[in-house]
Design a binder for this molecule. Structure first.
Ligand SMILES: Cc1cc2nc3c(=O)[nH]c(=O)nc-3n(C[C@H](O)[C@H](O)[C@H](O)COP(=O)(O)O)c2cc1C
Length: 337
């Protein structure tokens, strides 16, 4: 199946479906490989990886697919410079850069033929990235798992704002997208694709503890709370850790006290060791929409199939009365799980 957009034309995938770079969850070859081989864009999360592990992962993905794939690199991280130099040597087809400006390294990646997609969370941030010459934007709104923007502007508004301002730049909408309905929504907002994070946590190839997946599968949308205001906050599932953070926030505790609790946990403890009652279980509001653990290729297939069914059912201009009506005859569209 092919869904042709400005994004698929830029990066060469069959589908405008991007699997989000997620620390630990996609810090591996299996998940990105499965997504890329299914026609989407698989993304290795390089952030927490040691160089030898990243090397092995790059070798495996290069051997395992001739489709496009990407590496996600948070630019602010300790050790980022070394990893970036290494990545330039490997010339990945696509880089998705987050948490930092693109200017310093963009030229070097362009020289080796890498396409640069830049993660942005505001119009101002997007304008700077476009001016610096990035090839595309990944717009992350408030619903997202991981680090959503603290200003709270939703993907619905942010995607439209940025797509309207930069119609010539392929925009990938991210945060709150879990199925084919959401892909249709992203494309109607003027985006050229959507990025799916939380949906891919619950896949058989995800590099994450089963207790973490189980928590995502049973969570309601409102369990994905934002904690760590003023501290680069995270959206994470309710547990002892979020209760402690929220109590401090509601009580107006000074930022220093809150930082101590916030920094006492790292994602690895829950993602790799399964400490999900006391740790950071980062996930987006779409946890409420994800109820089935599936192979990643099946997730991609269902999103694309559902997208086609949804678009077919959208109301079209009908009759002479000028009223738009939805066809009532079709069975309900719901295949993404
Ligand atoms: C567990 C987890 C880890 C994440 N790690 C990263 C990361 O290393 N780099 C990054 O740019 N974004 C990271 N993100 C954010 C995702 O790339 C993406 O923007 C987000 O998951 C989209 O929202 P969704 O979960 O609603 O689909 C992470 C998100 C989650 C849930």
């Amino acid at each position: 199946m092919r869904i042709d957009t400005a994004l698929t034309r830029l990066i060469g995938t069959d589908l405008p479906i991007v699997q989000a770079g997620m620390s630990w969850v996609s810090s591996c070859a299996e998940l990105p490989l499965a997504v890329s081989n299914a026609g989407g864009l698989g993304v290795i999360a390089a952030g927490p990886m040691r160089l030898p592990d990243l090397d092995e992962c790059l070798t495996r993905i290069q051997a395992g697919t001739n489709r496009p794939w990407a590496v996600n690199m948070p630019l602010y991280r300790k050790g980022a410079e070394e990893t970036i130099a290494h990545l330039i040597d490997h010339a990945p087809p696509v880089i998705i850069a987050s948490q930092g400006g693109p200017k310093k390294h963009l030229g070097a990646f362009h020289e080796v033929g890498t396409i640069w997609l830049h993660v942005v969370t505001s119009l101002t941030h997007a304008a700077k990235a476009v001016e610096a010459g990035v090839d595309g934007l990944v717009v992350v709104g408030a619903e997202a798992g991981g680090h959503p923007p603290e200003h709270g502007v939703t993907s619905l508004v942010l995607t439209r704002l940025i797509a309207r301002e930069f119609p010539e730049i392929p925009v990938v909408a991210s945060g709150g997208f879990a199925d084919g309905h959401a892909l249709a929504a992203a494309l109607s907002l003027g985006a050229a694709g959507a990025q799916f994070g939380t949906r891919f946590i619950a896949t058989t190839e995800a590099n994450v503890h089963s207790a973490y997946q189980d928590m995502v599968l049973v969570a309601e949308a409102e369990d994905a709370v934002l904690v760590g205001r003023e501290l680069n906050p995270i959206r994470t599932l309710r547990n002892q850790f979020t209760e402690e953070m929220l109590d401090l926030e509601y009580a107006g505790a000074p930022v220093g006290d809150r930082r101590e609790v916030f920094a006492s946990k790292v994602l690895r403890q829950s993602a790799k060791d399964g400490e999900v009652e006391t740790g950071k279980v980062e996930a987006g509001q779409t946890a409420g929409l994800v109820s089935e653990r599936l192979p990643a290729a099946e997730v991609v297939r269902r999103i694309a199939t559902e997208y086609c069914a949804v678009v077919d059912r959208l109301p079209r201009a009908a009759g002479g009365d000028g009223i738009l009506r939805q066809t009532q005859t079709d069975a309900p569209v719901a295949v993404a799980g």
